[in-house]
Design a protein around this ligand. Structure first.
Ligand code: ZN
Length: 141
């Protein structure tokens, strides 16, 4: 997934990415420090594109809803992988959140701006309407 970010940033014409914000659902079990490490590995091999970039990680807790009685509960209230409902015991609830894995936004700058206005970087945000994976979709990174 971080490779997709790299390609996207390149397509935008960004020469330097400053900040990347990642939203990760608990169900992915991706540890923030592991993501941070993966990001640093990517940054090291990105020929300066992500050099000095900051990775922000937003963790989304798991919330599910029972298909039978409709009660909502978190992963900590259910035991086992099937997440049985604490109220009625029905397993495999509907997942409301926790499956997220997408890049919320990233900020960077373009080469053409450098040199023209020294001391006045123009941050660019590709968030709203920009590159963004479908939130309902989850892909392995
Ligand atoms: Zn229930």
């Amino acid at each position: 997934m971080l490779d997709a970010l790299k390609e996207s940033a390149a397509a935008e014409g960004l020469t330097r990415v400053r900040t990347v914000r990642l939203v990760v659902g608990q169900r992915h079990g991706a540890l923030p420090y592991a993501l941070q490490f993966a990001f640093e590995v990517l940054a090291a091999g990105s020929e300066g594109l992500f050099e000095g970039a900051r990775l922000e990680i937003e963790e989304r807790p798991t919330r599910v809803r029972c298909r039978s009685c409709g009660c909502e509960y978190g992963e900590d209230q259910a035991v086992g992988w099937a997440l049985p409902c604490p109220a009625c015991g029905r397993p495999v609830p509907e997942v409301l959140s926790g499956d997220e894995l997408f890049i919320d936004y990233y900020e960077g700058e373009k080469d053409c701006c450098e040199g023209e206005k020294p001391g006045a970087p123009s941050p660019r945000t590709a968030g709203e309407g920009g590159w963004n994976e479908d939130k309902a979709e989850s892909r392995p990174s």
